[in-house]
Design a protein around this ligand. Sequence first.
Ligand SMILES: *Cc1c(COP(=O)(O)O)cnc(C)c1O
Length: 327
Amino acid sequence: MIENFKRVNLGHFPTPIEHLKSISDYLGGPQIFIKRDDCTGLATGGNKTRKLEFILADALDKDADLIVTVGAIQSNHARQTAAACAKLGLKCLIILEQRLKDAPEIYMSSGNIFLNKVFGAEMILCPKDRDLEDYADEIINKRKINGEKPYFIPVGGSNHFGELGYIECMREIIEKQNNDSFTHIVLATGSGGTQAGLVAGKMIYQSDIKIIGISIKDSKSYQEEKVYKLALNSLRFMGYKTPLLEDIIVEDNYVGLGYAIPTEGMKDALALMATKEGILLDPVYTGKAFDGLVELVKSNYFKSSDRVLFLHTGGSAAIPAFEWAFE
Ligand SMILES: *Cc1c(COP(=O)(O)O)cnc(C)c1O
């Protein structure tokens, strides 16, 4: 069980669940709720806090003194890792990948990039002609020769340690619902660990909630395969030998032209959540995911008796870097 795994305390848990009454009324479909993992408490919050509690416990266990991770320029995972390292007295090195072509200058300097500096992290930009993981390997080897003890965290913190955080989140969700069960969870899915953890948790705690990942980058089939593998791996890591028979559901109609490229639907969803509920979404993940939820409601995907829980995975710290998209 999850209590058997080491964990460091980084966030505020359990996160609240709120009813989105105005949006539910406005859309006239199922009742919609929100789980506020944007309020995990670490460095403006987000889903990486839960993952880092388990990942960094392993890093400390292995006597690491330097945490190395990778991500997109406006990576929320990088910012949360930088803050967690600051708190734990670890050095943090972030290797950034330029995925958004012709990005405005503000995208390269504001939002999470600025915050990484505030948290004292070191940042290196991966050269355009290099594979990110290879480049990270090369740097890690150099730092080892330097006498440091690096510990690598994969993109998005999606590995069997990180997923423990979302198995735990699933437990929180199931514990909270008494008579009024949620029928669906809708969330943004990227590196896949968040959805994989929820799916593994769903199996462990024997829930029949449907979990719908809205892809923000990859195709439906690719993402479903990725999430399946991560969930299976995470169950094996926890000692479960049973087959993973859960359906993995991913929708890929809301990505637009690609990762981090703003869409009209994202902007509408962000405006809807801000003006009706006073809650900030983000342009890369939750804005596109909530656009997906709104479109699913409009296309009668849900019954009016359904109770849909939107998992807010954070990301609003990136908003200043995207001002240009809202002009
Ligand atoms: C990383 C991230 C996600 C995606 O989570 P994965 O576990 O990588 O699929 C969603 N929302 C926000 C705000 C994120 O930073």
